[in-house]
Unconditional design. Structure first.
Lengths: 311, 308
């Protein structure tokens, strides 16, 4: 076993131990953080590894959440088919968006993804008859059983979040160390050169975006299923900014970065909302501070100072 | 009311909208044109203009007219100064890297918005217009005795709305004159064409950038002051302004001032007219999708010339 694998398996073991060690409040928070970190890891594949700075990933998160939620609400599907519907919705949407948006690059790509995401958000409001718009809808506890396990129970919920998180973490770890993942990094560093070496960069970027969108959708679907609610605010601009913030903070292009960033930001906002209503002020200040002083993020600094081989 | 007068009313409302939009968007376009960066916090400068106008109206005595004139002068100066400061402390230090600038201005957006929430509060506040006479508008119709003029009920505007349109046109003309006729404009255009060469000719490029960022924000703030007697000031009003300005700047061709004006009139008018006949949400969905597709298939904008 390599050092990297030992490190990540150790992290997963610590998180699993949290299930029995953490007090109730932090236990619930940690389950939430792991699901949100799945979203952040999905975003990281596009932004951190491939260099595709998207400002519209909330549409993939929401596609997973609403694909899952609407399947239960309208088609009365079970939890497993509903989850798969959510994943399929995310994959389909990211394929369509990718085919269009990847014709642009840089600033245009950011604006195009922002606009597509905004259109999705408005569409959720427009079809309020089914989606209940801003108000959202609750997914009943009866519908939240997977293989006979009740997911509304905190312990089961923690394990489910942990399983999904572990699967995505190991998948990311494997992906970025395989040739396909290396091509992503090559595109991030210098797309022209990667093309010159004979790689089909459009296809590579498209597959990165689809993988990223599908993982984000998995995060969204799991969030809806585990916490029992789907609402339009999850499709808003703020939820496109969050994963960017988490990934930048934790370290773009590192496997553990998204978790570190999500954990840090979650507790920062949790603590500051005790003092003020304007807790997004903290997010804004952190974003500015990051671009100025630590563009590499936490894990990026670790990689620079301690261990060059951190994947 | 008949269809004709109704349409005219929608167009008048659209024209006010277009005037304010043209001001806001020309600020965004100026910043993009000269500095090649996208300022996501632009909508917040618009909001700040409106909020400053409210503060000034609260604290300056002597009637709404004096307070309004004071706001018209103070708001762009204050907001422009703030923006120039942000440029020097943040954007300069990240070297105007396009992508990092967007991330930093997103941060700036939240900081401004949340500080407004903490100081100004979550409520929408009205500002009294300096003058507000109702002006009934005539309508022509073929009657029994040939062409007849009459005043349909409900077809009216206010003197303040007409003033907004005239003021916006005047300011935009002034910006155009500044850019094309003055030495300062020449310096800005030189910086836009080739920053390095401009430096070689002794132009203080960093100060030009700070000034341009400040002017762009000042234009947005001015638009905010003008709109606040019609709409109320609210700490979240920057979001829609930003979205619409983006749409206008992209349709008009990034960084082209004449294109921006044409697009602002087009979008403002059609927004007024479309939302009379369709649901506003549907209109917004169509508009955002249209912008995304324009960027994908015609990146130079509908009116812009092919860039480089």
């Amino acid at each position: 076993m390599s050092r990297a694998l030992i490190l990540h398996l150790g992290l997963l073991a610590v998180l699993l131990a949290g299930n029995v060690l953490l007090p109730a409040y932090h236990h619930g928070n940690m389950a939430r953080i792991m699901v949100l970190a799945v979203y952040a890891m999905g975003y990281n594949i596009a932004f951190g590894y491939t260099g595709l700075l998207s400002l519209g990933h909330a549409m993939f998160f929401a596609a997973g959440m609403y694909g899952m939620g609407l399947a239960i609400r309208l088609a009365d599907a079970g939890a497993l088919p509903a989850m798969l519907t959510g994943l399929a919705a995310g994959a389909g949407l990211s394929l369509v968006v990718g085919l269009l948006a990847l014709r642009t690059a840089g600033v245009s790509f950011m604006i195009v993804t922002l606009m597509f995401s905004q259109a999705c958000y408005l569409a959720i409001l427009y079809f309020g008859e089914w989606t209940r718009g801003d108000e959202g809808f609750v997914i009943q506890a009866v519908d939240r059983t997977l293989f006979g396990i009740d997911l509304s129970d905190p312990g089961n919920r923690y394990i489910a979040a942990w399983l999904l998180f572990s699967a995505v973490l190991l998948l990311t770890l494997r992906l970025v160390r395989r040739p396909a993942g290396r091509v992503f990094v090559a595109i991030r560093e210098n797309e022209e050169r990667a093309r010159l070496l004979g790689y089909d960069t459009f296809r590579a970027k498209l597959s990165a975006l689809v993988i990223s969108g599908t993982i984000s959708a998995a995060g969204g679907a799991a969030y809806g299923l585990l916490f029992g609610y789907a609402g339009a605010s999850f499709a808003g601009v703020q939820y496109s900014i969050f994963p960017l913030l988490w990934v930048l903070l934790g370290g773009a292009g590192t496997v553990v970065g998204p978790l570190l960033g999500t954990l840090f930001m979650f507790y920062l906002i949790d603590l500051s909302s005790g003092f003020t209503e304007a807790y997004m002020l903290i997010a804004g200040l952190v974003l500015i501070g990051l671009t100025l002083f630590a563009p590499q993020g936490i894990a990026g600094e670790l990689r620079r100072r301690l261990w060059k081989g951190l994947p | 009311m008949d269809f004709g007068p109704y349409l005219m009313l929608a167009m008048l409302e659209g024209a006010v909208m277009a005037a304010v939009l043209a001001l806001t968007a020309s600020g965004l376009s100026l910043v993009f044109g000269v500095m090649r960066v996208v300022n996501v916090a632009h909508g917040e400068f618009y909001m700040l203009g409106a909020v400053v106008a409210w503060f000034v109206a609260q604290h300056v005595g002597g009637g709404p007219a004096i307070g309004f004139v004071a706001a018209l002068i103070l708001a762009p100066l204050l907001v422009g100064g703030l923006a120039a400061l942000a440029d020097m402390t943040i954007l300069k230090r990240i070297d105007y890297d396009p992508e990092r600038t967007i991330v930093a201005t997103i941060g700036l957006l939240y900081v401004i918005q949340q500080v407004a929430l903490m100081t100004y509060g979550p409520n929408a506040q009205p500002v009294e217009p300096p003058f507000n006479q109702r002006i009934a508008l005539p309508w022509l119709e073929w009657g029994d005795g040939g062409l007849a003029i009459y005043f349909p009920w409900g077809l009216s505007t206010t003197s303040y709305k007409l003033f907004v349109i005239i003021a916006a046109v005047a300011v935009i003309l002034a910006v155009w004159l500044l850019m094309s006729r003055s030495k300062a404009g020449l310096i800005m255009r030189a910086t836009q064409l080739d920053g390095e060469m401009a430096t070689a000719f002794g132009i203080p490029v960093e100060r030009v950038y700070a000034a341009v960022f400040g002017i762009g924000a000042g234009l947005a703030a001015l638009a905010g002051v003008l709109i606040v007697p019609i709409q109320q000031a609210h700490y979240l009003m920057g979001g829609d302004a930003l979205l619409l300005s983006f749409i206008v700047v992209i349709i008009g061709g990034l960084g082209s001032l004449p294109g921006t004006i044409v697009a602002a009139v087009l979008i403002g008018m059609s927004d007024g007219i479309i939302s009379v006949f369709f649901s506003p949400t549907l209109a917004k969905i169509i508009a955002t999708l249209l912008v995304a597709l324009v960027l994908v298939f015609r990146p130079q904008g509908l009116f812009g010339a092919r860039a480089r």
